[in-house]
Design a protein around this ligand. Structure first.
Ligand code: B12
Length: 233
């Protein structure tokens, strides 16, 4: 990315494994909230993860800090990292889990990186497939010099003939018109051992970026967080 400020954000985040996920100049339709200091947001910078680095840094830090807040240690840790970088950059931040109502992170990601949603709603990246996520957004008052989003061409889902993400879920919780969260949670908490240990089967069925699929420890962590939030009874 062209801007010096973006380079500084990137190097400040480097040790946490968090990465830049694009930036854009918000317009009214983007529904970006005002900064608390009432300066308009000139640039929104998305921060997220892809590849194993963030989870490795998180587990290292959490192992050495028994006080990290549960039941959402990853949220607590990413908030700390976003707060640190915000302070250095005179930015404010929004967390991906703030809400409800939730901030439209996926819509912002489509704007920042030109990604498209898969049939199951998760945005598909041409390299990482569905194996990437967002952790926060920095709101900068300055209108940075940023390049236009990359031209990623058509979504890989358009040429995916079988669309296994739509047909793999054994209980049809995902793949249809809606994502049936109670059905998913019930299955994951009972006979869905494979989902519990390896992550959502529909997401794992994607043929794009499978080499970036989360390792077992990370997959188990996310599924356990999902069950903590959604019970599964
Ligand atoms: C609530 C929530 C859930 C709920 C689901 C609620 C529901 N009934 O769908 C629960 C907790 C169950 C859940 C589960 C998962 N989630 Co979730 N979730 C969220 C959260 C916090 C809010 C979503 C929301 O309501 N946004 C508000 C609307 C207004 O925002 P929006 O961007 O404008 O929404 C647009 C998109 O969501 C898109 N869209 C959403 N679904 C669909 C479906 C289709 C068919 C299409 C075309 C578009 C589309 O259209 C919306 C309108 O523009 C977001 C984070 C966030 N702040 O966005 C993560 C988020 C969407 N989840 C994410 C993930 C990865 C998952 C899981 C796969 C995690 C896992 N354990 O494996 C599962 C599976 C769900 C799935 N396949 O989408 C990621 C997606 C990353 C990506 N690559 O796109 C997000 C962005 C979080 C993150 N840290 O990055 N999630």
């Amino acid at each position: 990315m062209a801007s010096e400020t973006l380079n500084r954000i990137e190097s400040t985040l480097a040790s946490s494994g968090l990465i830049l996920r694009g930036a854009f100049h918000p317009e009214r339709a983007d529904a970006v909230p005002a900064r608390t200091d009432r300066h308009p947001t000139g640039t929104l910078v998305l921060i997220g993860n892809a590849g194993p680095e963030m989870f490795a840094a998180f587990t290292r830090d959490v192992a050495s800090d028994p006080d990290i807040e549960r039941p959402d240690p990853l949220d607590t840790w990413t908030r700390e990292k976003l707060a640190e970088v915000s302070k250095t950059m005179d930015a404010e931040f929004l967390h991906v889990s703030d809400g409800p109502p939730y901030h439209p992170f996926q819509r912002w990601a489509m704007r920042a990186e030109g990604l498209k949603p898969s049939p199951i709603g998760v945005l598909v990246h041409p390299e990482f497939g569905p194996w990437h996520a967002y952790r926060g957004a920095l709101l900068l008052a300055e209108k940075l010099d940023i390049p236009p989003p990359p031209d990623l061409g058509a979504s890989p889902c358009e040429t995916c003939e079988d669309k296994p993400c739509q047909t793999t879920c054994p209980v049809w919780a995902i793949g249809g018109e809606i994502y049936d969260v109670p059905v998913c949670a019930r299955h994951v908490s009972t006979e869905g051992i494979d989902c519990r240990d390896g992550g959502c089967l529909a997401r794992r069925a994607c043929p794009v970026g499978w080499q970036w699929a989360y390792e077992e420890k990370q997959a188990r962590f996310h599924m356990s967080a999902f069950l903590t939030a959604h019970g599964g009874s």
